[in-house]
Design a protein around this ligand. Structure first.
Ligand SMILES: Nc1ncnc2c1ncn2[C@@H]1O[C@H](COP(=O)(O)OP(=O)(O)OP(=O)(O)O)[C@@H](O)[C@H]1O
Ligand SMILES: [Mg+2]
Length: 616
């Protein structure tokens, strides 16, 4: 069974510590790779079992504390109070850990509300001791867990009332141990009255083809998955990142924007080879610097998003470096590659060279999967007369709402800056400057590349901005086309498209630099949004865009621009000319071949992965 299938089982590194009364460890056991399973014992109590294939260690989950602050980094500790033992788990796939802890919390609370076995039943049960894996969380478990939590938080019954005692005990337990298992509620205490503490643990649903990619990745294959814009490649990639052990997984992308979207770093930063333009010997030397080398030595799974922009020569160099550092003749030194992108989108930066060399031209040993299900309105793959007619007609689309102007997608960076500056200048009133607080000026260049927000942000009342939300670790949620005013605190107040107004506070973005160092930028999650470059927009989904394609200079550029809008109604194309939509001939040939093979591929995938999740 794949690690990903059972929410009550985790593969990770475990340390068990037996503590004395002062909380110091008197005995310690390390399991480099163990499976941790939630189950039940003969008394139907919840048990946590650590097993490395030799002798299992089991602990009853009755009175426990949970330390889950670093769950998003794949770490947590469960302390068993009666035994005075703690189980420290690390290097857990973060998404798996989150589901595991939620399962543990719900099952534990549901068990608390159930009747204990009587003495006779216990005696009988002793005869057939066994560990039973726990059943999946059911609706009734969630209801019981919520009922328990509601009781704990219920208003006090009058003194002397029988419920008063029960409430007081439950409350006292919470006050004494603010971080007990009940705290693994995704919803904080200040929630509105009627919201439940727990809901059924549902993973965000992957489509059937997305699930098959995830399964292939979890089975250790080298995978390249592709598909048109909006087929959910980056969405799936985030899920893959959350399903692999963090210590040996590096999530990278060819551009900073794409890297921040999946909570990763740029491929260049991971590799530590500067621009990558030096000779192979120079690059190898750079990759072996003490700050960089651990990236390579610890990497077992390398994820690269927007692979279309990675130059074949660079890819080849990385492959040789990996083999050399890992001292292995296997491709990429045995590192599992997970690549994703759409080669019909922007090509590698060619810096004056005639023809960019795409890295699919040197792929080997890759399971290639073509995603077909579009999650946004897909762009037409052919510029037929009908499509041309529709795009020409879109020039008259009235997409402005509530005084909000469509975001202009520009072919050139200078146009972006000029448009945004001019629009800001045209607004009356004083401007305010917001300066970021960076953790370490030494890493300024890296922070500037990866962080979606700049060091300086100038705003005026009426400015049109896009907001970025730090979700979970540093995944991004981007919302477009909002208007700014200022609150008494001096912070910008943003009026959202849906009518809601919110004061925006600074957020902190944390990035992993080389050598395992964490660097951060604290800044308002805002950017001017009158214009954005097509290159920066690659990978984004926008609500309301205006596109001018007159100065397109690269194959794939028009396609990227035309595939950014969530819907056709949200798009206005000025001056459309079908000639600007150009695809590279090598790429077209590659995709033609791929599409032909895809039918066979899907068939063999079904054989190779008999247990597919049934997504929508
Ligand atoms: N399984 C899914 N369920 C719900 N929404 C999804 C799913 N997969 C993708 N989406 C949504 O579809 C939109 C496009 O997804 P995403 O950005 O991952 O596409 P992409 O293939 O990476 O596109 P691009 O090639 O432009 O980078 C996003 O808003 C995403 O949240
Ligand atoms: Mg993408």
């Amino acid at each position: 069974m794949l690690d990903g299938d059972n929410p009550a089982e985790l593969q990770c590194t475990v340390v068990i510590e037996w503590l004395n009364s002062c909380g110091q460890a008197t005995k310690r056991r390390l399991f480099k790779r163990a499976s941790v399973t939630i189950g039940r014992n003969e008394f139907k109590e919840i048990v946590l079992r650590v097993h490395d294939g030799k002798i299992p260690h089991s602990f009853t989950v009755s009175d426990v504390q949970l330390f889950n602050r670093f769950a998003k980094d794949g770490k947590c500790t469960v302390k068993f109070l009666p035994e005075n033992v703690q189980v420290l788990m690390s290097d857990c796939p973060p998404d798996r850990l989150s589901t595991f802890l939620k399962t543990l919390s719900i099952k534990h609370l549901a068990w608390k509300t159930s009747k204990c076995l009587g003495d006779r039943a216990k005696l009988l049960a002793c005869k057939n001791w066994r560990f039973e894996a726990i059943s999946p969380v059911q609706k009734k478990d969630v209801e019981k867990a919520n009922a328990f939590q509601n009781k704990v938080n219920a208003p006090m019954a009058p003194a002397g009332h029988p419920e008063r005692r029960a409430n007081t005990t439950a409350r006292a337990q919470q006050v004494k141990r603010p971080r007990n298992l009940c705290d693994f509620s995704p919803i904080k205490d200040k929630r509105p009255e009627k919201r439940p503490f727990f809901t059924l643990p549902t993973d965000y649903q992957l489509s059937r083809e997305q699930s098959s990619v995830l399964d292939a990745v979890l089975s250790g294959k080298n995978v390249f998955f592709t598909g048109s814009a909006g087929t959910g490649k980056s969405f799936l990639l985030k899920r893959i990142v959350g399903s692999l052990p963090p210590k040996s997984t590096y999530a990278t992308a060819s551009t900073g924007v794409a890297a921040s979207y999946i909570g990763g770093t740029t491929l260049h930063n991971f590799a530590g080879i500067g621009s990558g333009l030096g000779s192979l010997e120079q690059c190898l030397e750079l990759a072996q610097r003490p700050m960089v080398l651990p990236n390579w030595t610890s990497c077992q799974h390398l994820i690269i998003d927007e692979i279309s922009m990675v130059d074949a020569q660079l890819f080849d160099k990385l492959e040789t470096i990996a083999r050399s550092i890992k001292r292995s003749p296997e491709p990429f030194g045995g590192i599992q590659l997970i690549l994703c992108g759409d080669f019909l989108q922007l090509p590698p930066v060619s810096k004056g060279k005639d023809n960019p060399k795409y890295c699919f031209q040197i792929f080997s040993n890759m399971l290639t999967i073509y995603l077909t299900k579009a999650h946004i309105v897909p762009p037409s793959s052919r510029v037929t007369e009908v499509v041309t007619g529709q795009l020409l007609k879109s020039a008259s689309h009235s997409i402005e709402r509530d005084g909000i102007i469509a975001t202009r997608l520009c072919t050139h960076k200078d146009d972006v800056e000029l448009t945004n500056e001019n629009k800001l200048k045209q607004l009356q009133g004083p401007s305010r400057m917001f300066e970021a607080v960076d953790s370490d000026p030494h890493w300024l260049k890296l922070i500037d590349t990866i962080c979606p927000v700049g060091r300086l942000l100038q705003l005026k009342v009426g400015a049109q901005v896009r907001t970025f939300t730090c979700l979970r670790l540093f995944y991004l949620k981007i919302t477009y086309n909002k208007h700014v005013s200022f609150a008494c605190s001096g912070l910008p107040r943003v009026q959202f498209l849906c009518g809601v107004t919110k004061v925006i506070k600074p957020e902190r973005w944390v990035f992993k630099a080389n050598g395992g160092t964490y660097v951060s930028r604290q800044q308002l999650p805002l950017k001017l949004a009158w214009a954005i470059s097509i290159h920066k927009s690659q990978g984004m989904t926008l609500d309301c865009v205006e596109i001018s394609l007159a100065r397109v200079f690269e194959s794939g550029q028009a396609y990227v621009a035309l595939s950014r809008a969530r819907s056709f109604e949200g798009m206005r194309v000025l001056d459309f000319n079908p000639c600007v939509v150009q695809a590279n001939q090598d790429v077209l040939q590659f995709y033609r071949k791929l599409k032909k093979e895809n039918v066979h591929m899907q068939l063999s995938m079904d054989l190779f992965l008999p247990k597919l999740n049934t997504g929508p």
